[in-house]
Write a protein that binds this ligand. Structure first.
Ligand code: 4AD
Ligand code: MG
Length: 482
């Protein structure tokens, strides 16, 4: 049996006088007497009070920030402020030393930028403890939500031979010797010589394989890493991110929207309920951070209010066509403050437009539907042309305040001929997609699905502002450290 008790449990305990053992890392050591110890189980430390007259000098010297220690003592009510209980130490042992000057995480305030450079150690800060606890709660809640609704968790492949989004932003997977690339007679790279005998890449989405499973199980979801080689160095983009992708047979676009809204509310509620201390800490962190901003750039709601606001309100459902009208008439468009002015129907929405709709106009999450066919993926179900002959698809994107696009999804085109025609138009060879097309050949049904960018969900729920701070080891252009 483990001889020590986790700090989270001790902090809740009322067994005063009980002998306990704590194991963890030293956060601070004050006055040769008070050790703040953290073992990761809580954002809070436990204080151990040592009797330095009875502690050997060589041990005292080794109680340094970052060192791993084992403390044995009595759990007692604390006389000091800030904690209810503490450990009156009778025995202190050093499990692992930490050089007092070389340890990068000295007990002071560090910038998020600095902590990103030492991402291997930032888990040991209260901020990152809180962030990754919330991330963990959200991930668990995703599985719980789908499990309660009888969805099957499906593991779709990481290495694929297809471009699910048709956007061409893929990382190639190859074992070819890059110094001696085999060529065919006409000078093309000969992928027959490659590991899989064909050209392969890291998946950008599990959707296409998810559709195959949905047309057998009814309701499935994937939750795994996806990869995009888009050269976007923003606070919202990662080259490797996690995506949750449910896919449902017999669901139409409205059912799809209902499910997405229910999922987001469920997981945010779960995080609020199971990580109250972490979210409270992150709320205070955000308030502190915003103090340095001018009043008009600060959030109107604090983090907890913002999360509750999302739970308490229906998401606004708006068509792309109506959104374009709103944007056209908007102040920043009239005054030419948008970088990309909205002039006509068909324009792709930039994040400045999404943010205007969500943060200024509707002031809540917005589900945008029925986008122009030309700016969306080939697999989306085509609407009948409108009175003006404009072609739209049954797409739905969910936009969140401060985040922009959180979810992208659609009803799928289940009609084989329409799908083939669209693939032809955008240049996707049908021969490579026979397996996908078979779903439309044999027992095709209306179906829908969507993808939630998991890190964007964590960003929103933690109130963090840079996506690099909500995934342990971010992969972004020119950065694959750790
Ligand atoms: O809108 P996307 O590209 O949709 C799909 O991949 C569909 N196959 C999903 C589906 O219908 N099953 O991506 C879905 C979501 C986006 O809304 C966004 O939240 C997130 O994935 N996302 C990213 N997150 C971080 N970094 C990136 N580079 C991202 N690209 C997309
Ligand atoms: Mg999208």
């Amino acid at each position: 049996m483990m001889e020590h008790t986790r700090i989270k449990k001790l902090l809740l305990s009322e067994e005063y006088g009980k002998e306990v053992i704590v194991k963890g890392w030293v956060r601070t050591f004050r006055n040769n007497q008070f050790i703040a110890i953290n073992d990761g189980s809580s954002i809070h430390n436990i204080q151990a009070v040592i009797d330095f007259t009875n502690t050997p000098e060589d041990i005292l010297k080794r109680i340094t920030t970052g060192a791993a220690v084992r403390v044995k003592g009595q759990l007692v009510e604390s006389m000091g402020k800030g904690q209810r209980v503490e450990v009156k130490a009778t025995e202190v042992a050093i499990i692992g030393d930490s050089h007092p000057e070389k340890y990068p995480l000295q007990p002071k305030k560090h910038s998020l930028e600095f902590l990103r450079e030492i991402a291997h150690l930032r888990f040991r800060t209260t901020t990152f403890n809180a962030i990754f606890k919330v991330r963990n709660a959200l991930a668990f809640a995703v599985h719980k939500f789908f499990n309660e609704r009888d969805f099957v968790y499906m593991h779709t492949p990481i290495i694929t031979g297809s471009d699910a989004e048709g956007a061409g932003e893929m990382f190639r997977v190859t074992t070819l010797d890059l110094n001696h690339i085999p060529r065919t007679k006409d000078g093309q790279i000969d992928f027959k010589e490659d590991f899989f005998g064909k050209s392969t890449n890291l998946t950008v989405s599990g959707q296409l394989e998810g559709e195959l499973a949905a047309l057998a199980f009814g309701n499935i979801y994937t939750f795994g890493p996806t990869f995009r080689a888009e050269n976007s160095n923003t606070t919202r983009h990662l080259a490797e991110f996690w995506m949750i992708e449910p896919e449902m047979a017999f669901y139409e676009i409205e059912d799809n929207m209902d499910l997405a809204e229910a999922l987001l509310k469920y997981v945010i509620k779960y995080a609020l309920e199971t990580c109250p201390e972490e979210i409270e800490f992150l709320k205070t962190r955000l308030l502190d951070e915003e103090k340095s901003k001018p009043q008009n750039e600060r959030s109107e709601l604090n983090l907890v209010e913002k999360l509750n606001f999302v739970l308490d309100h229906d998401f606004e459902r708006v068509t792309y066509t109506n959104a374009i009208e709103i944007l056209k008439r908007s102040k920043p468009n009239q005054k030419k403050q948008f970088k990309y002015l909205i002039e006509e129907w068909g324009a792709d929405l930039q994040s400045e437009h999404e943010r205007y709709l969500v943060e200024k106009h509707f002031k809540k999450p917005v589900i945008l539907t029925d986008y122009p066919r030309e700016i969306k993926s080939f697999y989306m179900k085509q609407n009948a042309p409108d009175a003006e002959g404009r072609q739209t698809v049954k797409a739905m994107d969910i936009l969140f305040p401060g985040i922009g696009e959180m979810v992208g999804g659609s009803q799928r085109e289940e009609n084989l001929d329409k799908l083939l025609a669209r693939m032809d138009e955008v240049g996707i060879p049908a021969e490579e997609m026979e397996w996908f097309l078979d779903t439309r050949r044999f027992g095709s049904v209306p179906h829908s699905g969507f993808g939630v960018g998991f890190e964007r969900l964590v960003l929103f729920t933690t109130g963090m502002t840079n996506i690099r701070d909500v995934i342990p080891f971010p992969r972004t252009p020119n950065n694959a450290e750790f």
